[in-house]
Structures are given as structure tokens and as C-alpha cells.
Design a protein around this ligand. Structure first.
Ligand code: ZN
Length: 238
């Protein structure tokens, strides 16, 4: 029997599906190690200003579900821009807790930090603006599958002093975000303490500590480089 002329196409689809399945598996594995993802809005004054927002007097909190978490080692996928509008990147220092925290002091919070990395709080900015204008919650703009991109967890000793951590996002070799935790309105330990007074945090929970200024739109083909001290990670936008 002669080979179907469609075989190359079928092979391509099969290998694409295999790659997609492997990605899904890796993401599921990562998601299973995470409880909730607590995010902090407007924790850098310059970023609050760039979006025309006031600086908050208490931390602005929202959450992403574990189902939104994906590894940076996979390509970054945006919801269809034709339907959902622009997807913005927000590069953030992320903490994973190794212990539960409830009504904790900043000192107790410090002891509970299990790992640290960088993440992208992906945001459907056009949709978020509409939701904000209507006074509606942000979940539709912040919780989609793939909305929380995480790099590899590293030992928190890499950030010996959490009040002086520098991190960067480059897109297509251009510096887009230059994070410096000394510019945070609420320090990492204050944040963890404040969140634990609002609701309990559990081992495995992730905290995204807010984005510095420089947020912007992702485009198909963009090459991202995230740097945290000696650690760096690359990814590409589909
Ligand atoms: Zn954010």
C-alpha cells in the first residue's frame, strides 16, 4: 500500500500533540505543588502611577488559581488577542511558603519562606480596564489558564536580604523592567504578615509580590529573558 500523501501532516500533528501533552503534564506537576497564588497590586509607586492608580495604604490583594500556573520552560501562550485584547507582562518576585502562616509577625513570615523565583503575572489589560470601570472583580483578566508563569524555585538564601533584591525582564534583548525590592511600598516580610492577617496562608502557597514599572504588551514571537541575580530563564511568546 502506498503511503498517504497526508502522512507528513499527520506526523506533524501527532508530534505537536505529543509536545503539548508533555507540556500539560509538566504544568500539572507544577500546579500540584501549589496551593493558592496570592498577588499584590500596586506595590511599587512608579507602577501604580504608570497605570493612573493611587498608591494604596494597605496591600491590594487578589488571587490566581493554581490552574493558571505554567512553567516558564514552555512557550508563553496568550488568550486570542482578537477576542480578549492585549495581554500584558508583569515581572514579579515570587515566594513559596514552606510553613503555614496565620496572624504572623514579619519575623515569623521570614522563617516561613521556602523558595523564591521570578514569575509573570499575565494580565488581559484591556479586559481588566473594562472590569475596573464597572467595579467588577478582576478574575476574568488575571486567572486564565497560563496567567501565572513561574520560573524554577531556588533557595531563598539566593536573596539573603529580601529588602535589596534586583531582578530584570528583557524582551528581544531590551531591558523592560528593572525590579528593586528596596522600592516596594510593603516589604516582602510586611506583605506576608499583612496577608496572613487577612486570611491563612498554607505551605505551598505562592505570593507574587507586585510588579515594578515598565509593564507592557506581549507580541507573538517575543523572546523573554528573566534575571534574578546569577539565575536566568528564557521563554518565547506563541
Ligand atoms: Zn501583578
Amino acid at each position: 500500500m502506498s503511503q498517504s500523501p497526508y502522512m507528513p501532516m499527520i506526523d506533524a500533528i501527532t508530534s505537536h500533540n505529543k509536545a503539548r501533552n508533555a507540556e500539560d503534564k509538566a504544568n500539572r506537576r507544577l500546579q500540584s505543588t501549589i496551593g493558592k497564588v496570592v498577588c499584590v497590586g500596586r506595590n511599587y509607586a512608579a507602577h501604580a502611577r504608570e497605570l493612573g492608580n493611587d498608591v494604596p495604604s494597605t496591600p491590594l490583594l487578589f488571587m490566581k488559581p493554581a490552574s493558571s500556573v505554567v512553567s516558564i520552560h514552555n512557550d508563553i501562550r496568550r488568550p486570542d488577542p482578537a477576542i480578549y485584547g492585549d495581554t500584558h507582562y508583569e515581572t514579579e518576585l515570587c515566594i513559596q511558603l514552606a510553613a503555614d502562616l496565620s496572624q504572623a509577625s514579619p519575623e515569623q513570615a521570614q522563617q516561613a519562606i521556602g523558595a523564591v523565583t521570578l514569575g509573570l503575572d499575565l494580565t488581559l489589560r484591556d479586559l481588566q480596564s473594562k472590569l475596573k470601570a464597572k467595579g467588577e472583580p478582576w478574575e476574568r483578566a488575571k486567572c486564565f489558564d497560563g496567567a501565572c508563569v513561574l520560573a524554577d524555585w531556588i533557595d531563598p538564601q539566593a536573596c539573603a536580604d529580601f529588602s535589596a533584591v534586583n531582578y530584570q525582564l528583557y524582551i528581544n534583548n531590551a531591558l523592560k523592567q528593572d525590579g528593586d525590592t528596596s522600592l516596594m511600598l510593603f516589604s516582602v516580610y510586611e506583605l506576608l504578615s499583612a496577608i496572613s492577617h487577612a486570611f491563612s496562608l498554607q505551605a505551598g502557597d505562592v505570593i507574587m509580590t507586585g510588579t515594578p514599572s515598565g509593564v507592557g504588551m506581549l507580541h507573538a514571537g517575543d523572546r523573554l529573558l528573566l534575571k534574578l541575580g546569577a539565575h536566568e530563564w528564557q521563554s518565547q511568546v506563541r
